[in-house]
Design a protein around this ligand. Structure first.
Ligand SMILES: *Cc1c(COP(=O)(O)O)cnc(C)c1O
Length: 363
């Protein structure tokens, strides 16, 4: 399903040099490499603004919410079809997740439904650009402006995805990225980033990531410990230079799957105005378990993103949502299957995977 090693072929010497430089450089945490990577990442997003390196993608979302003043007693609208961390971050900020069902075609937050989820306690919306697709941001931004709500984009899966030609992560109040190794831009460990065009928010996020104080021993606000480290920043600087090529390869693999599966196996639709980055290539199957078993029998990995919508997980039973509460999310959870899609995957492998899926998919 994923292997980072082929993606490092040809850059191993550069990665080792970058690590050696940090070892000899004299700073291991929040030093020059982190600043350089923050600037390079902000430049990559192509918008005036500041990037703030943090420990991981989950913390990026929690820190963004905290910096926006979202906390206990506040509600945050979020889709149930997402990775657990989207919701654990909302809880870490002290807020209450309010689920809004998805669109069956794109498996993304159904923007037309969001207004029905808003109460006097709603403070923010967390659209999740799942699979590398992107939520329709025009109507969501209009709604947020009209109702005085903040938008924190979960871009953990959408690094490099364009919406109307603009990078996801630049379209709301804060864009939150993960550099977990499987992500489009992967570190050799954990890492995350918050991007904002609001300088005051950037100051707050810099404080919150370091116990509430930037450089002094006096906390200006309550914070956490969630820092990007110099080793990961040095590695990410090397990998950022290859991100364009990695994204091109993901898109080429997806286009090949599209050709090979055409007419037989539908995939989750690309939303309008989106240049998808294909963090995941997700098909929709009525006989998913049979296809997954056939892939496994052939020694091919696959994944289910995600098998249980968040509102049906034991940890979130306290929110009180019965089965059937969010039917589209539950529908997707029973049908989605992610096929191998990562830069090191060969054309021959893509063809082999597609052949097995085609052979076993129920029409
Ligand atoms: C990976 C992921 C996160 C969390 O990122 P970490 O770096 O693992 O904390 C959040 N949201 C989504 C949708 C993700 O896929």
């Amino acid at each position: 399903m994923f292997d980072y090693r082929p993606g490092h072929e040809g850059i191993e010497a550069e990665l080792l040099d970058a690590v050696a430089e940090v070892l000899h450089g004299g700073t291991l945490i929040l030093g020059p490499r982190v600043r350089e990577f923050e600037q390079a990442f902000a430049d990559y997003l192509g918008k005036e603004g500041e990037a703030v390196g943090v420990g991981n993608g989950t913390d990026a979302i929690a820190i963004a919410l905290r910096a926006l003043g979202v906390g206990a007693g506040d509600e945050v609208v979020v889709p149930p079809n997402t990775a657990i961390p989207t919701v654990s971050a909302i809880r870490a900020a002290g807020a209450t997740p309010v689920f809004c069902d998805i669109d069956r075609g794109t498996c993304l937050l159904d923007v037309d439904r969001v207004e029905t989820c808003i109460t006097p306690r709603t403070k923010a919306i967390v659209p999740v650009h799942l699979y590398g697709n992107a939520v329709p941001m025009a109507p969501l931004r209009a709604l947020a402006a009209r109702r005085g709500l903040r938008i924190v984009e979960d871009c953990a899966q959408s690094c490099g995805t364009l919406w109307q030609g603009r990078q996801t992560g630049t379209l709301g109040d804060v864009g939150c990225f993960s550099f977990y190794p499987t992500k489009n831009l992967g570190a050799c460990g954990d890492g995350g980033m918050c991007f904002t065009r609001d300088a005051a928010l950037a100051v707050a996020m810099r404080r919150i990531r370091a116990y509430g104080c930037a450089a002094t021993y006096v906390a200006q606000q309550e914070g956490v410990n969630s820092r990007l480290d110099e080793m990961q920043a040095a590695i990410l600087l090397v990998k950022l230079r290859r991100l364009g090529a990695a994204l091109a390869r993901r898109r080429a693999i997806a286009a090949r799957y599209d050709e090979l599966l055409a007419g037989a196996v539908p995939r989750v639709r690309t939303a309008p105005d989106v240049e998808h980055s294909f963090h995941l290539y997700v098909v929709v199957l009525e006989n998913r378990e049979a296809v997954a078993a056939a892939l496994k029998a052939d020694g091919i990995g696959c994944g289910i993103h995600y098998p249980v919508p968040i509102h049906r997980m034991p940890a979130y039973a306290f929110l009180g949502h019965a089965a059937g509460s969010f039917p589209n999310s539950e529908w997707a959870a029973e049908r989605v299957l992610s096929l191998p899609c990562y830069p090191g995957l060969t054309d021959a492998a893509v063809e082999r995977v597609a052949a097995v899926v085609r052979r076993h998919a129920a029409s």
